[in-house]
Design a protein around this ligand. Structure first.
Ligand code: BGC
Length: 769
């Protein structure tokens, strides 16, 4: 290959003529090396057209089911191949460290074992279809706040035990590529860290694939010698014309060519990077004379998996007096409340956002299932759009077609004031179609969204004081379409009226089902663990008049629930994908059993988390972020502090009950343990259980250890009365800790082994040999 040909592999390019590709490499036709295309995951294939929206990865993880993770991966693999892709930027395996973090829905767990198993199974599924998985974001990209600039200070043990296991497992599972993160780790850019990339990933874990950077995360040309093989990200200084090719390569394009020519960077480093990329292309048979044919989409098969994951990942958090499943009698008269009952919440927001092929509204599927004999009434309860905001000057008059900017146009839409009549909570909603618009109030951080990654409407609840406020709106239309724009608000009075209307239908209904939601999103963390807007008030008000209030959550991560004790049942569906309505309805009516368990702790209040009052821990101070909680993140923190969370790790109810007995623990030849016990379904319905094995600290290990750490788990379905003798295998790694002084894993015998349905309930225990 010529130098230019080699260079064409180490940075992605972008072309606007092809709706199916986010980025591509041109290949070297002269040598029979074809073009290669890549796009985003990880909840399906994100593409500029509708595709299959799977449940959010957090829902998948909540299934605790490796088989389903493999099927989920296979759906992504097939969709990706069918849509002309060769690489998918998925899965995300960063650990859930901060409950506020915007992308918690897009990743798996606060626990490294769950993350590792999910990652391995999903990657095998994706790659079984011939699509290359790029596991992301390596490493310590655990929050959105300041993600581009923050430096994570983390000790070796914490990094190895809490954040890296998912990546190590991905490598062992054969991930073809790894995407490095925006942030710095211990002073080095993650995408330019000799330690993380060359030493840990490539030397110690023997990773044979290639490292690509996150979008614009490459920070220097010499990152090539630190282990980064490829640059992703193109800076656009204009809205590209249709068909305009846009080459990337800010650092790995011409500057790298010059550095190699001048001898500042050895050409052998480029050769290695290209070899890594091309050898993965060969491994996936992209270089074959007769490469594997691209399959057709399998929408029916994909939907089946989407539905199964939504049901098996749904977590029944509370179910007083067996309120769920609904019976003929309790379903005879239902008040359905909440915006996502009518407009389904399908996916989270950001680069993983998917416009689904189609998705039913839960209100419709509930109506249908309840049947003609029952009454199902609806009220929104939480107003999200409202009425046009009265401005000091009108917004630019819409053209006859309703557009504010013609295709490719843009600029300032409005620069004036709004007058707030009374102090209170407002929700401001911006709807930009065919373009993007940013709304800036009183000079605060603008909000607004690129619609193709965030949907059409961005709405933000905010507290506003009575009086005049400055408002500025800027926007731009896409190259191909004119843009329309609408700015509306929900006043405190309108919000209260919506609650009152919901309460009035709930009061007389036999059962009230309230759908509550949030907008978990890349590019922004939550500012609070409460439900946004007036939803907490709504649920309290409904529960005050209806003792059979069931809350269905379409939320992305943990949240606080001041209303919990007033409600009868709480079911979290996460962001359930495009079969979410059918799955929700099947669970409410007992046609399916909620199979999910929590892969993250839900704190009782914000003061309980490791971050309360410690800005260095989160969100960081002056771009320095300290992982000073050490290995005690997630449930390990609550255990170490001795505080009772709202819901423990591993918690989740189902429609039957299980009994655990006769524990026996034996050592195995591979340095692990076999944990045997008998599980019996003591209820009257078939149900799924997630038996969990935890281990305590070893008296022989002198580094920090968790009080209890998940060491093994399974997923079992049993019929009523059925009992089964189960053996769960504890891998040696689960009995090890990282010794930062010796830079290695140390094994600790003599640990207590505990077994049960969740961290909060472990009826069996024994001491390991
Ligand atoms: C995200 C990645 C994504 C990339 C390309 C970045 O902003 O962090 O997860 O793969 O964009 O869209």
């Amino acid at each position: 290959m010529t130098l230019e040909e080699k260079l064409s592999f180490v940075h992605w390019s972008y072309h606007t003529s092809d709706e199916s590709a986010k980025v591509y490499l041109p290949g070297v036709p002269r040598l029979g090396i074809p073009e290669m295309r890549a796009t985003d995951g990880p909840a399906g294939i994100t593409i500029h057209r509708p595709s299959l929206a799977l449940p959010a990865p957090v829902a998948l993880a909540s299934t605790f089911d490796d088989g389903l993770a493999r099927s989920y991966g296979a759906v992504i693999g097939r969709e990706g191949r069918a849509f002309g892709q060769d690489v998918v930027f998925a899965p995300m395996v960063n650990s859930i460290r901060v409950p506020y973090a915007g992308r918690n829905f897009e990743t798996f767990s606060e626990d490294p074992l769950v993350t590792s198993r999910m990652a391995a199974a999903e990657i095998k599924g994706i790659q079984s279809q011939g699509l290359i998985a790029a596991t992301k974001h390596y490493a310590a990209n655990n929050q959105e706040k300041n993600r581009f600039s923050v430096n994570v200070n983390v000790d070796e043990q914490t990094l190895r035990e809490r954040e890296l296991p998912g990546f190590e497992s991905a490598v062992a599972a054969g991930t073809g590529s790894v995407m490095c993160a925006y942030n710095k780790v211990n002073g080095q850019p993650a995408c330019g860290s000799d330690e993380l990339l060359n030493k840990v990933l490539k030397e110690q874990w023997k990773f044979r694939g290639w490292v690509t950077s996150d979008w614009l995360a490459t920070q220097s040309t010499d990152a090539l010698t630190k282990g980064l093989d490829q640059e992703l990200g193109i800076e656009l200084d204009h809205e590209p014309a249709p068909g305009e090719p846009i080459p990337g390569g800010k650092f790995f394009g011409d500057p790298l060519k010059t550095a190699i020519r001048e001898g500042r960077i050895p050409e052998s480093a480029l050769d290695e990077a290209v070899t890594r990329i091309v050898s993965q292309m060969a491994r996936f048979r992209l270089l074959d004379e007769d490469p594997p044919a691209r399959p057709a989409r399998d929408l029916a098969g994909g939907l089946k998996v989407a539905r199964q994951v939504a049901e098996d990942g749904a977590v029944l958090l509370r179910n007083e007096g067996a309120t769920l499943p609904l019976t003929t009698e309790t379903a005879a008269d239902i008040a359905v409340i909440g915006p996502t009952a009518k407009v389904p919440k399908v996916t989270g927001l950001g680069s993983s956002y998917i416009v689904p092929d189609g998705a039913s509204a839960p209100l419709d599927t509930i109506r249908e299932r309840a049947g003609a004999g029952s009454t199902v009434r609806y009220s929104t309860g939480e107003e999200t759009v409202g009425v046009p905001v009265p401005q000091s000057a009108p917004l630019p008059r819409p053209r006859p077609s309703g557009e504010v900017f013609p295709a490719g146009g843009g600029g300032v839409l409005y620069d004036g004031t709004i007058t707030v009549p009374v102090t209170g909570s407002y929700r401001i909603a911006a709807r930009a179609q065919g373009g993007n618009a940013y709304v800036e109030l009183d000079g605060q951080e603008p909000f607004g969204r690129r619609p193709w990654v965030y949907g059409d409407v961005s709405s933000r609840p905010m507290r506003l004081a009575a009086g005049t406020h400055k408002l500025r709106i800027t926007g731009a239309a896409l190259a191909k379409s004119p843009m329309t724009f609408e700015l509306t608000w929900v006043t405190p009075q309108a919000a209260q009226e919506a609650i009152d209307r919901a309460v009035s239908i709930a009061r007389t209904a036999r059962t009230a089902v309230v759908f509550a939601y949030d907008d978990g999103s890349e590019d922004g963390d939550r500012t609070s663990l409460s439900l946004p807007g007036r939803q907490d008030d709504l649920i309290s008000a409904v529960a005050a008049v209806n003792p059979r209030t069931v809350v269905v959550l379409n939320t992305g991560s943990s949240l606080t629930m001041p209303w919990l004790r007033k409600t009868a049942a709480v079911l979290t569906m996460w962001y359930p994908g495009q079969a979410g309505a059918e799955a929700t309805t099947a669970l409410l009516f007992g046609d399916a059993d909620p199979g999910g368990r929590l892969t993250q702790t839900f704190p009782a209040d914000e003061g309980q988390t490791p971050f309360a009052g410690d800005a260095r821990r989160y969100p960081g101070v002056d771009d320095q972020l300290d992982y000073s909680e050490g290995i005690y993140s997630g449930y390990r923190w609550y255990e170490q502090q001795g505080v009772q969370p709202l819901f423990s790790f591993g918690h989740g109810l189902c429609y039957t009950s299980f009994d655990y007995r006769d524990l026996k623990v034996t050592a195995t030849a591979d340095g692990g343990l076999d944990v045997c016990f008998t599980l019996r379904n003591t209820g009257t319905r078939t149900g799924k259980e997630v038996p969990q094995v935890y281990v305590g600290p070893s008296p022989h290990v002198r580094v920090a250890q968790a009080k209890r750490a998940l060491a093994a788990y399974g997923k079992v379905e049993l019929r009523p009365g059925e009992s089964r003798r189960l053996t769960l295998h504890v891998e040696r790694r689960a009995l090890q800790n990282w010794d930062s002084g010796a830079h290695t894993w140390v094994t600790g015998p003599g640990r207590q082994v505990m077994v049960g349905p969740s961290l909060g309930r472990l009826p069996l225990s024994a001491t390991a040999p």
